[in-house]
Write a protein that binds this ligand. Structure first.
Ligand SMILES: *Cc1c(COP(=O)(O)O)cnc(C)c1O
Length: 395
């Protein structure tokens, strides 16, 4: 018997016993064994000098931040990365003590108070932001220097100070009271591309910024540059920490990176058949009757829809797995339900499990398959599952 517990903050109040779990109409299943495996693979792949930061922003890419954070730390990750202050607080409130880097921008006194109080580590992107931090910490007479991380823009054109101003910015921060520089980092825009040109230019700029700092006698204790794709691409990009999101969750950032290490998808999306019926030839199915049965067929209703995060644009363009077989979805996907043509499984029972993403027998449907179909990326698919779906951990 598998051991199961609910992991999402939303679901946790309906304490999960076996019956509660079986009565779910739809859920996200989180394989903690696969998660541990991925973290161990990554740690083995890195040199002992490089630490693994598991990026658990956006509720751990939709997997449930607290359970994911606890498991990755037990499996060999030593840092956590989040996007916002509340995401960091959620982990601290759960008793997690590992260093937490906030990757996003923070400016307000409320955010700065919370960062100091919860011992979170902010990213500093501009001289203006550094001054605000120092002033706010001065005003509350905060007794300890707050470790901050300097973000350089080497070509992503997102957060960060221009790499050519690195020395000036670092010197300013060094002069400010209440701040101590824990690392300098940058973020790559094209690490998943087959063409390394832009990534190499960003790498060169990062190196040049560090060299300029060295020239004026500033040695920074910790440097980092790599996301999942860069981590799997080139060990010259690893430095002291790698910031890995997608690969921790068992997905490859690009097809050509499959060879580096072996990853297992952590997330499966499942729902139950809620009704089975036979419909006659010519019968319309779902809103707008976009599907008209070409012949008599067995139809199954499934209790999951776009309000759970199954994209409506997949209507009539997706398959699911039942009893290890691929089954086509028919008609428009509705808010809470969708329909299948299950003629190939005439004895299908109500209550049976449908796998929308995941593995059954030899068949597998991955977030990448959906992403390709929808002309997007697997990151967006993972982040799309709503809190209405309980996260159920399977060990
Ligand atoms: C989200 C994020 C990452 C992780 O990216 P993946 O491609 O999911 O590995 C790393 N660094 C920064 C700054 C990020 O915002």
């Amino acid at each position: 018997m598998l051991s199961r517990k609910q992991t999402s903050s939303v679901a946790s109040h309906q304490q999960c016993d076996t019956y509660a779990w079986f009565s779910q109409r739809a859920w996200v299943e989180i394989d903690l064994g696969a998660l541990s495996h991925n973290v161990q693979q990554l740690v083995q792949f890195l040199s002992p000098r490089t630490q693994l930061m598991a990026v658990v922003k956006a509720d751990a890419y939709g997997h449930g931040a607290v359970t994911i954070a606890q498991t990755v730390l037990q499996s060999g990750a030593s840092w956590l990365g989040v996007a916002t202050v509340p995401e960091g607080i959620q982990l601290r409130e759960a008793g997690i003590e590992a260093p937490i880097l906030i990757l996003g921008a923070t400016h307000t006194p409320e955010q700065i108070h919370a960062i100091a109080h919860w011992k979170l580590q902010p990213t500093l992107c501009s001289p203006k932001q550094a001054l605000i931090f120092s002033n706010v910490l001065e005003a509350i007479n905060y007794g300890f220097p707050v470790p901050i991380h300097i973000k350089l823009d080497t070509g992503m054109s997102r957060l960060g100070t221009d790499w050519q101003q690195a020395a000036e910015f670092v010197q300013l921060v060094q002069r400010l009271p209440h701040l101590t520089i824990a690392s300098i980092y940058s973020h790559l825009a094209t690490a998943d591309s087959l063409d390394p040109t832009v990534m190499q230019e960003q790498h060169r700029r990062f190196e040049q910024a560090i060299a300029q700092l060295k020239e004026i006698g500033i040695k920074i204790p910790c440097l980092h540059l790599a996301n999942s794709a860069a981590t799997l691409t080139d060990s010259a990009l690893h430095y002291d920490i790698v910031r890995v999101g997608l690969a921790v969750y068992g997905l490859y950032p690009a097809a050509h990176l499959h060879t580096a290490i072996h990853l297992k998808p952590v997330l499966q999306l499942k729902a139950r058949v809620t009704q089975v019926k036979t419909i006659a030839a010519g019968t319309g199915v779902s809103y707008s009757h976009k599907f008209i049965a070409p012949h008599e067929l067995r139809l199954a209703v499934v209790g999951i829809g776009y309000a759970d995060g199954v994209p409506r644009n997949l209507s009539q363009n997706m398959q699911v797995l039942i009893r290890g077989q691929r089954v086509p979805q028919i008609g428009t996907i509705t808010m809470d339900q969708l329909m299948l043509d299950v003629s190939a499984i005439p004895d299908l029972q109500e209550g049976e499990i449908v796998t929308l993403l995941g593995e059954q027998g030899k068949e597998q449907i991955s977030a990448n398959d959906w992403a390709e179909q929808l002309n997007t990326i697997s990151w967006e698919i993972l982040c799309g599952f709503k809190h209405r779906l309980p996260r159920v951990a399977v060990i």
